[in-house]
Design a binder for this molecule. Structure first.
Ligand code: CA
Ligand code: CA
Length: 210
């Protein structure tokens, strides 16, 4: 029996063809199948075209057993053609102290037509509801919240989500954060129409304290 055994569900990730200068997430899970804490000291890539999303993350990243953690690696092609890289995950796992995942993606620069769909996704289930109406009730642009220089998008849904999407996605959607507004039968409320959602400017620390 391994003291700390790590299981990765992917050995490679192919991002396929994405619009150049877009930012698209690839998703990985790491499961600690051992009997001790898994401690990940670093996760690296070689190029700037693939980058680990470190939002809310500090190293060493500790994963309890038998827990799973989702990771996102952003692909940002800046020219036409295929780019490859290797994600290296260094940890105390006895079965694989440096796990490598191959990353491949292709930058594409096709002429676009009016009304073309740049990316799309499905509204997720809300685990706080038994029945879900996946209807989008409002959608607005928000200033750039993930610092890629492109504005992002807020969507509210009838199944009590307020979701912030990466506006610069390509092909598939990427959720930057989401907020549930239903905590019980008595405490719930969705944003039911466009005027029910207001986008505020980014608040300073002083304004937040007021
Ligand atoms: Ca549900
Ligand atoms: Ca953005």
């Amino acid at each position: 029996m391994y003291l700390t055994e790590v299981i990765f569900h992917l050995q490679y990730c192919t991002y396929s063809a994405r619009r150049i200068n877009s930012l698209s997430g690839g998703y990985f899970t790491i499961t600690n199948k051992g009997s001790a804490l898994l401690s990940i000291s670093s996760i690296t890539t070689n190029t700037q075209r693939f980058r680990l999303d470190t939002t809310g993350m500090t190293f060493p990243m500790v994963i309890d057993t038998p827990k799973t953690r989702l990771l996102r690696v952003w692909f940002n092609p800046n020219s036409v053609g295929t780019v490859s890289d290797t994600l290296k995950i260094n940890s105390n796992a006895l079965n694989n102290a440096q796990l490598k995942i191959s990353l491949t993606g292709t930058g594409q620069n096709e002429p676009t037509t009016l009304g073309e769909i740049f990316w799309q996704g499905n509204i997720p289930d809300n685990p706080n509801t038994t029945s879900d109406n996946y209807k989008v009730t409002s959608m607005k642009e928000i200033q750039d919240v993930n610092f890629d220089g492109k504005n992002d998008i807020i969507v509210t849904t009838d199944n009590y989500w307020t979701i912030c999407y990466n506006g610069n996605s390509s092909v598939t959607d990427d959720t930057l954060w989401k907020f549930n507004s239903r905590s019980s039968n008595n405490v719930s409320g969705s944003v039911i129409y466009e005027d029910g959602m207001q986008i505020l400017k980014t608040l300073t620390e002083t304004e937040l304290m007021m």
